[in-house]
Design a protein around this ligand. Structure first.
Ligand code: ADP
Length: 271
C-alpha cells in the first residue's frame, strides 16, 4: 500500500476523539523502483561487452609466451581487473534479483550440517597458505526451509570474509544452535575485529572498512548486502558483534516458522 496511516485515540476536553495522519509515499516508492530498475539494467547491459573483452583477453593470455614481457604482464593485470568487474556485475544482478522476486516456490529442506561441511571444504581451499583452523559445531537438529542456493551463498560469504579478514592461523567457527525462539547460525572468528563505528553501515552496498585492502582481497563490497537480503527473504535477521582486536561474530537468527525439526522416533507404548 502506498500510504502510511497512523491512527490515534486522543482525549480533548474530556471527549474521546480520533486523529488520523496519512502520509503519501507513492513518490518514494516510485523513486525506489526507478533506482532498482536502473541498477538492474546497467548491470545487465554491461555484462555482454565485458564477456567479449574477457574472451579476447583469454586469447591474449593463451599466447602470453609469445608476447613481450611488458605486454604479457599488462594482459595479466587486465584479466584480473576485468574478472573483478565481472564479479561485481554478477553480485549486483544477484542483489536486484533478491530485491525484486519472491522467494515462494523455491522452498527446500536444507540440511545445515551438510551445508556447513561443504562450505568448510571451499573455505579451506581459499585459506590454503593462511592455514586457518575451521571448526563446526552443531547443537540443533532442525533443517531450514528455504532456498538452498541463496542460503549457501550467504553463509559462504560470511565464512569467506572470515578467511579474508583474519591473519594466518586464526580460528573460524561455524555454529548451528537452537534458541528459545528458533535457531541461529553463527560464523565467528578471532581475527582483527571491526571498530564499533563501522558496524551500523557494514551491510550497505560497497561499504568497506578499509577500501584499499578490501579491493586486494578480491571482494566486491556487496557480500554483506547480499547476506542481509537473503536473510530478510527467509524472515531471518543478521546480527553483527565485533570487538576491535579480538574478533567478530555474525549471527543469523531464524524464526521457528522457517525450521523443520526431525520427527521424534516412534516410541512403542507399554503393553
Ligand atoms: P567485501 O567484498 O569488501 O568483503 P563485504 O560486504 O563482504 O564486502 O564486507 C564489508 C566489509 O566488512 C569488508 O570490506 C571488511 O572491511 C569488513 N568485514 C567483513 N567481514 C569481516 C570479518 N570477519 N572481520 C573483519 N572485517 C570484516
Amino acid at each position: 500500500d502506498d500510504n502510511i496511516t497512523l491512527e490515534y485515540q486522543i482525549t480533548i476536553f474530556g471527549r474521546n476523539e480520533r486523529l488520523m495522519l496519512v502520509r503519501d509515499i507513492t513518490r518514494l516508492h516510485r523513486l525506489e523502483q526507478m533506482r532498482k530498475d536502473f541498477v538492474a539494467n546497467v548491470s545487465h547491459e554491461l555484462r555482454t561487452p565485458l564477456t567479449v573483452i574477457n574472451g579476447y583477453l583469454e586469447t591474449f593470455a593463451d599466447y602470453s609466451d609469445q608476447l613481450p614481457p611488458r605486454w604479457s604482464r599488462a594482459t595479466q593485470q587486465m584479466q584480473q581487473q576485468s574478472r573483478r568487474m565481472q564479479n561485481i556485475i554478477n553480485d549486483l544482478l544477484l542483489l536486484s534479483r533478491l530485491e525484486t522476486t519472491d522467494i515462494e516456490g523455491q522452498q527446500q529442506t536444507i540440511d545445515i550440517e551438510k551445508m556447513m561441511t561443504s562450505i568448510r571444504q571451499d573455505a579451506l581451499l581459499l585459506s590454503s597458505e593462511k592455514k586457518h583452523l575451521i571448526k563446526i559445531e552443531n547443537n540443533c537438529t532442525a533443517a531450514i526451509l528455504g532456498s538452498e542456493n541463496e542460503l549457501r551463498s550467504a553463509f559462504s560469504n560470511l565464512v569467506f570474509n572470515a578467511v579474508k579478514y583474519t591473519p594466518s592461523e586464526s580460528t573460524i567457527l561455524m555454529r548451528w544452535q537452537e534458541t528459545p525462539i528458533g535457531a541461529t547460525l553463527t560464523v565467528e572468528d578471532n581475527g582483527e575485529g571491526i571498530d564499533a563505528r563501522h558496524l551500523p553501515r557494514l551491510t550497505e552496498r560497497f561499504y568497506r572498512v578499509d577500501k584499499g585492502r578490501s579491493a586486494d582481497t578480491g571482494g566486491t563490497g556487496l557480500g554483506l548486502a547480499i547476506v542481509k537480503h537473503v536473510l530478510l527473504r527467509h524472515n531471518a535477521k543478521l546480527e553483527i558483534k565485533s570487538i576491535k582486536g579480538e574478533g567478530s561474530q555474525f549471527h543469523c537468527h531464524f524464526p521457528l516458522a522457517r525450521l523443520k525439526f526431525q520427527q521424534a522416533d516412534y516410541i512403542q507404548p507399554p503393553a
